[in-house]
Design a protein around this ligand. Structure first.
Ligand code: TYM
Length: 335
């Protein structure tokens, strides 16, 4: 249904609310790269979404540029992928408002992320935090994508997007493509290194490996990673009985491409003492080129500006087509 190309369309985004971490990389970006031959790809920085939680303005600007540099350093070639900043394409906020009016209070109340974030920021449960999934639905539906590659925690929002798209299509006829979430086999839910019951997130920095962490820092975090208190002390994949080791195994699998059986064989007869630094080394080697390239790109602000300007232009043209169609269907008088 994409009107710009014959290729299938892929779209995703990340909030520049802090430094990028291993969960964002393994759960999302790693799964985006190297698909530009097969798909028409749109990847954006969800800066409007970050406003649902208070940000320090100068840091938000810094994180936004840093994230753009990391997108490119992770292999997203701006010539082959449309990379842009959400607030530079005003159609996101405009369609977001329309979709607010086609999404039910009850649906939004069931969103896990809303419940989690309202518990974490009890002094700032603002309306944006509540309607955030409508803006996310707009981010997606504007580009008529076939697939939305995300980590496990965003699946619920993509499912809501599908429901809203179907509701709108039923009322007004085929308007939006109904997209599929695209979840990676390994790395879809990377857990915190110091609490395997919580997902890795920047809000628990000790258990979180940032893409720009130095190798010594990464190794320190892995050596301190919480393993399990079972008596067996062997490297075996069993998320229910051994959540800490299983989390480390899934990180190792995602970084090395090895299967769980191969990892079990590799560390057979060795305790956690040998395994944890091996995972640290695999992560260090995966992240090293990304860190170096991000830093190199950050020194060239003019290049990054050129990338996001061109990206907003390309994205805006596609977004505008969908928005005009929607405005017409709901009965807004054209200018
Ligand atoms: P955000 O910014 O929280 O996370 C960005 C991506 O990283 C994935 N992710 C993880 N994957 C595995 N393990 C983890 N511990 C982990 N933590 C984060 C997320 O699943 C996500 O894919 N609402 C989105 C941003 C967004 C978006 C969109 C995404 C806004 N509009 C449209 C796709 C399409 C968010 O807050 O992701």
């Amino acid at each position: 249904m994409s009107e710009t190309t014959e290729k299938k369309v892929m779209l995703s985004g990340i909030q520049p609310s802090g430094a990028l971490h291993l969960g964002n990389y393994l759960g999302a970006i790693k799964n985006w790269g190297a698909r530009s031959e097969e798909f028409e790809c749109f990847y954006f920085l969800a800066d409007l979404h970050t406003l649902t939680v208070r940000q320090v303005p100068a840091e938000l600007r810094r994180h936004t540029l840093e994230l753009l540099a990391s997108y490119i350093a992770c292999g997203l070639d701006p010539e082959k992928n449309t990379l842009f900043i959400q607030s530079h394409v005003p159609q996101h906020a405009e369609l977001g408002w329309v979709l607010d009016c086609y999404t039910m209070f009850g649906e939004l109340s069931r969103m896990t992320q809303f419940k989690d974030k309202s518990a974490k920021h009890a002094d700032n449960i603002n309306a944006g935090l509540f309607t955030y999934p409508c803006l996310m639905a707009a981010d997606i539906l504007l580009y008529q994508p076939d697939y939305v590659p995300v980590g496990e925690d965003q699946k619920q929002h993509v499912e809501l997007t599908r429901n809203v798209a179907q509701r709108f299509n039923n009322l007004y006829g085929e308007t939006f493509k109904v997209p599929e979430p695209y979840i990676p086999k390994t790395g879809a839910r990377v857990m915190s290194l110091n609490d395997p019951a919580s997902k890795m997130s920047k809000s628990i920095p000790e258990g979180c490996v940032f893409l720009l962490d130095k190798p010594e820092e990464i190794q320190r975090k892995f050596k301190r990673a919480v393993t399990d208190s079972d008596t067996e002390r062997c490297v075996r994949y069993d998320p229910a009985a051994k959540p800490g080791v299983s989390n480390l195994m899934s990180i190792y699998a995602a970084c090395t491409g090895r299967s769980y059986a191969e990892i079990e064989a590799e560390f057979d007869g060795q305790g956690y003492g040998a395994f944890k630094p091996a995972v640290g080394d695999a992560v260090i080697e995966t992240l090293r080129p990304i860190r170096e390239e991000t830093q190199r790109l950050l020194a060239d602000k003019a290049y990054l500006e050129g990338v996001y300007r061109a990206g907003a232009e390309r994205a805006g043209a596609v977004a505008n087509k969908t928005l005009r169609k929607v405005y017409k269907k709901v009965g807004l008088l054209p200018r």
